[in-house]
Design a protein around this ligand. Structure first.
Ligand SMILES: Cc1cc2nc3c(=O)[nH]c(=O)nc-3n(C[C@H](O)[C@H](O)[C@H](O)COP(=O)(O)O)c2cc1C
Length: 198
């Protein structure tokens, strides 16, 4: 079972969160995670073209999207990647039923970062994916995971790239949660297939 973590990062903060998400995936037996960074060099005249990333998503059981929040939404580079998933991927819903989740980071206390998560949710919905949020009640404890209280996904506040430990734990938890869900999904799918063969 494998999870694709597709993310963009300019100064490395989102990249470090992606690594924490991958660590969370790897904490679940039989799950591997592939870190797939969206590179600006793969965008020409506004169009993203890296089949390696797209093909890795084809093979993945789940996809976790990550982007910094830039001007209240995902980065332009992440959006270029998302636009490249239109065409046959959207038209034929080739990624339908994959589990999806997301994370973002900004410097603002709010920073309109929730809008980035909502965009990632919409992207997943357009691709027929099943969104997994956080089953962590953010109760306002500044030292606990999900200290910022978002349940649509992971929101992190980091100034000058300094990620606080609870936020790294939240990112780890998201990866672990998605990996566990992939395992549960696999069991259910196998059971359904067995029943269909009776
Ligand atoms: C062009 C630009 C726009 C930004 N817009 C926002 C924003 O709307 N909200 C916010 O909280 N932070 C904003 N930031 C801060 C970044 O989200 C923050 O520095 C983030 O950690 C960068 O991630 P990275 O290190 O992975 O590139 C912006 C930064 C840049 C360069």
């Amino acid at each position: 079972m494998n999870v694709a973590i597709v993310y963009h990062s300019v100064t490395g903060t989102t990249a470090r969160l992606a690594e924490a998400v991958a660590d969370g995936c790897h904490s679940v037996p039989e799950v591997t995670a592939a870190l797939l960074r969206i590179e600006a060099a793969d965008i020409e005249q506004g169009r993203y073209h890296n089949r390696t990333v797209i093909n890795a998503i084809d093979r993945a059981d789940a996809v976790i999207f990550g982007s910094p929040t830039f001007m209240g939404s995902v980065s332009a580079q992440f959006k270029a990647f998302a636009d490249a998933t239109a065409g046959e991927y959207w038209g034929e819903q080739l990624w339908a039923d994959k589990i999806a989740a997301g994370f973002t980071v900004g410097t603002g206390y709010c920073g309109d970062t929730l809008h980035s998560l909502h965009y990632l949710q919409i992207l997943a919905a357009q691709q027929g994916m099943l969104w997994a949020g956080l089953d962590l009640a953010g109760a306002g404890d500044r030292k606990a995971p999900n200290r910022l209280g978002a349940q649509a996904g992971v929101i992190v506040r980091a100034v000058d790239g300094a990620i606080e430990t609870p936020d790294l734990h939240t990112a780890f938890y998201l990866g672990q949660r998605v990996a566990r869900l992939v395992g549960r999904f696999r069991v259910v799918t196998t059971q359904i297939e067995r029943v269909q063969q009776l």
